[in-house]
Design a protein around this ligand. Structure first.
Ligand code: NDP
Ligand code: BG6
Length: 515
């Protein structure tokens, strides 16, 4: 499956292709994989899942024998599903040579079954059709739950009872989308309900940030470069910043968002997962359980977030020239008096020997001035710096900073101090750059491609285990409860701005300046 370390260190020439559907080579026959996208008529299915499946097919990563089914309540024929998929193809493949030819081959393997989510009838019918397509092969089934969270359990109940393969047959796996509950209690409840019907090994909880190239690379950077290893602790790192910003609001998803808010939508999952990979100890191996064990350990060492270490904001309307941008509460699906944060900044701490006292600052917001996601590592000042008094070298300049830009324009760069060429002695801060677009002449796959492929191959390393989820909620649940019980008013910030100034005061409390 994964090109393991050792497979290739070159410019990416070699990526081992899968030999089949994953698992051991078939003894009595050939394997086939049936992928059912539940909620096929929805936004995520159209925007991400079908395009990712097509990209995998185009690049020959799917097994030779596969079938794709869409399942939802909407009435659609196979042909209508195919039209929908071909019209919403927004993936990186759509500009490529012979895209339409490959698309035709792909669409021939896509089918649709309409049915309810809470009744077994539709899933029985699906099972019948799947069985028909699987005839003569050793079947495996993957269900992708691309549906609102209130029906996760209904679907798992109905589908597992009617359309799961009998034990001893091939595997049956369920990919579950976030949100996994809205606090410790509801998340625990969801886990218990899912486990009434499924084994933990069958549940693939997706956090698509773990499928992003730079996030996956974090371990390579840390554990295969001697230069970073000794620096990776409180001895040399002053603070770590995890930043997510989007330059658009909750457009079209206000109904969902108002029930969750930015802390649940981005921080508790995407940013915290990055933090765990950043801060964990060296795992015993690259095996999924070894990595997840280390992530759980670091999450469990974290302090519960306190309300004084959080700043919340919400965007308000803003007019720039001719254009006007809506406030969050202008969304018809959002109550006028909503205090749901669309922005939050937080200071988190890991109470272990490696990270004692180092602030991990998170910032996440919608409707800000730019779209970016990055990890910034600010190093300590150079002790007894000889150049402290030099022209151009203020105190901040004397510190190094490592930046991992997750998106857009993937890059890793390190800020260093450098002498400005010339006869005088003037210092300047320069960058050692690794820009992916310059270094690698290849496209970066979408996170969903990596994750779908991993799920088919049974690779769990990039999926969330239930104890990780518990530990993640334990950090955020008390503060969420307090913010909501007290209806803490978010600081309003204009759409398209840099967000609330409160974020700067929070950082200043810990002697940090946002990068
Ligand atoms: P949608 O709201 O588009 O819902 C998907 C499908 O579920 C719909 O097409 C509809 O199909 C059915 N559905 C919608 N509402 C209900 C309801 N109240 N009761 C029963 N069925 C309903 O969701 P998304 O595609 O946006 O998201 C799917 C999942 O992925 C969610 O869990 C979401 O949190 C998560 N997610 C979404 C992202 C996105 O960008 N959209 C990003 C990250 C995660 P039909 O009526 O045909 O049955
Ligand atoms: C999702 C959030 O998980 O991630 C969305 O629910 C957010 O609110 C999205 O827009 C961002 O993902 P990406 O990959 O576009 O950065």
């Amino acid at each position: 499956g994964h090109p393991q370390i050792g497979a290739s260190f070159s410019d990416g020439a070699l990526d081992a292709k899968p030999s089949g559907a994953g698992g051991p080579a078939p003894e009595q026959g050939e394997h086939t994989v049936s992928i059912t996208v539940v909620g096929a008529s929805g936004d995520l299915a159209k925007k991400k899942i079908f395009p990712a499946l097509f990209a995998l097919f185009y690049e020959d990563w799917l097994p030779e024998h596969f079938t794709i089914f869409g399942y939802a309540r909407s009435k659609m024929s196979d042909e209508e599903l195919r039209n929908m998929i071909s019209m919403t193809l927004t993936c990186r493949i759509d500009q490529r040579a012979n895209c339409s030819e490959k698309m035709d081959q792909f669409l021939k393997r896509c089918f649709y079954q309409s049915g309810q989510y809470n009744s077994e009838e539709g899933f029985c019918e699906l099972d019948r059709k799947l069985t028909e397509k699987e005839a003569g092969k050793l079947p495996n089934r993957l269900f992708y739950l691309s549906i609102p969270p209130n029906i996760f359990v209904d679907v798992v109940r109905s589908a597992s009872r009617t359309a799961s393969l009998p034990s001893g047959g091939g595997w049956t796996r369920f990919i579950v989308e976030k949100p996994f509950g809205r606090d410790s209690e509801s998340s625990g409840e969801l886990t218990r309900s899912l486990k009434m019907y499924l084994e933990e090994e069958q549940i693939f909880r997706i956090d698509h940030y773990l499928g992003k190239e730079l996030v996956e690379n974090l371990s390579v950077l840390r554990f295969s470069n001697l230069v970073f290893q000794p620096l990776w602790s409180r001895d040399y790192i002053r603070n770590v910043q995890l930043i997510f910003s989007e330059d658009f609001g909750t457009e079209g998803r206000g109904g969902y968002f108002d029930n969750y808010g930015i802390i649940r939508d981005i921080m508790q999952n995407h940013l915290l997962q990055i933090l765990a990979l950043f801060a964990m100890e060296t795992p015993v191996s690259l095996a999924a359980e070894d990595i997840r064990n280390e992530k759980v350990k670091v999450l469990r060492s974290m302090r519960k977030l306190k309300v004084e270490d959080v700043v919340v904001g919400q965007y308000k309307g803003h007019t720039r020239g001719e254009k006007s941008f809506p406030a969050y509460v202008d969304d018809p699906t959002v109550p006028n008096d909503s205090v749901t944060p669309t922005f939050a900044a937080a200071a988190l701490f890991i109470d272990n020997a490696r990270w004692d006292g180092v602030p991990f600052l998170m910032k996440a917001g919608k409707a800000l001035h730019t779209r970016r996601a990055e990890i910034r590592v600010q190093f300590r000042r150079v002790p007894g710096n000889l150049y402290r008094g030099s022209v151009g070298a203020d105190l901040d300049m004397a510190t190094n900073e490592l930046v991992l830009r997750v998106q857009p324009d993937e890059a890793i760069y390190l800020k260093i101090n450098n002498k400005v060429p010339g006869l005088g002695m003037r210092l300047d801060s320069g960058n050692l750059n690794l820009f992916y677009s310059e270094r690698y002449q290849r496209e970066i796959p979408d996170a969903y491609e990596r994750l779908l492929l991993d799920a088919m191959e049974g690779e769990r390393r990039l999926f969330i285990r239930s104890d990780e989820l518990d530990a993640a909620w334990a950090i955020f649940t008390p503060v969420l409860r307090e913010l909501e019980d007290k209806r803490v008013a978010p600081e309003l910030y204009p759409y398209g701005s840099r967000g609330p100034v409160g974020a700067h005061y929070l950082a200043a409390n810990y002697n940090v300046r946002w990068g």
